[in-house]
Design a protein around this ligand. Structure first.
Ligand code: PAF
Length: 275
């Protein structure tokens, strides 16, 4: 496994692979890797000849009062996990944004809802950094986790709208044994909040069970689910179309429930397909 820190070197390597006709797989991350990330690497590995993972805590997707400074980091642990999961190149850029960088890529509509309400600058930062990564790494296929389901939908739309020649795959959300969605931010929870945070996934599972039992009243389903969540601030709990993320007032397939809750300074999200 090779580590590349210079953006120009990474791009030269990506272009060389493409010229050789190799399928380049790409899993972008912000590091502090867990089983959710490694499952994306395993999925990418099945679709490529060479696999690149980036580790870059992208400042432009954090708002002014968000957790950029305390975003957890573990470069050595990350390298070991990448090696164990068949990564050929870890790209840890030290010079990612060139001097005078002024360009941004924004996807409208899909970013004005869910996480976009409380984090208005977030998705612009994500799409801009991912668009630049695609230009640098030159991937044939890129994998994003369904944990960040809205991000996956936004990236798919960007790739379609800008005709970027990369195939986007979604990797299933990975949970710990007790049901909590794996997230690098979970380590910021104290023991009490870690227990309280279980109510996020618990509420989603209970809502799905109600749907499977025949309940179709969206307002009732959401009110019951909200009762089950224990957090400092419930940012959203919504049933949306699983394709276009439109709000559902009547239940129909594909339906997905989305939740975001705050525990002190830590914001957790989760989602589940319900119909
Ligand atoms: O999902 C993430 O970790 C980030 O949003 C990404 C895609 C690596 C862009 O910085």
């Amino acid at each position: 496994m090779r580590t590349i820190t210079e953006t120009a070197v990474m791009q030269a390597q990506g272009l060389a692979w493409r010229k050789e006709g190799l399928r380049v797989g790409f899993v972008p991350t912000m590091g502090f890797l867990h089983a959710g990330h490694t499952s994306l690497m395993d999925l990418a590995r099945q679709h490529c000849d060479v696999l690149v993972t980036s580790i870059f805590v992208n400042p432009t997707q954090f708002g002014p009062n968000e957790d950029l400074d305390k975003y957890p980091r573990d470069p050595e642990g990350d390298a070991a996990k990448c090696r164990a999961h068949g990564v050929d190149v870890v790209f840890m850029p030290s010079d990612f944004y060139p001097p005078g960088y002024v360009t941004s890529v924004r996807v409208a509509e899909l970013t004005d809802r869910l996480c976009g309400v409380d984090r208005p600058e977030h998705f612009g930062g994500v799409t801009s950094v991912v668009a630049r990564f695609f230009g640098v790494v030159q991937p044939t296929v890129a994998v994003f986790g369904e944990k960040d389901f809205q991000q996956l939908a936004v990236i798919r739309r960007m790739v379609r709208d800008l005709a970027i020649p990369v195939e986007i795959l979604g990797g299933p959300l990975v949970r710990e044994g007790d049901g909590i969605a794996l997230s690098s931010r979970n380590v910021n929870l104290n023991a009490v909040d870690r227990q309280r945070a279980l109510t996020l996934s618990g509420a989603l599972r209970a809502l799905k069970a109600e749907v499977q039992a025949g309940e179709r009243d969206v307002a009732k389903l959401l009110a019951q689910a909200a009762e089950r969540v224990d957090c400092d601030k419930l940012e959203y709990l919504e049933l949306r179309d699983g394709d276009d993320l439109e709000l559902l007032t009547e239940l129909r397939s594909p339906a997905r429930v989305f939740v975001a809750g705050r525990y002190g300074g830590t914001r957790l999200i989760d989602n589940l397909s319900v119909l």
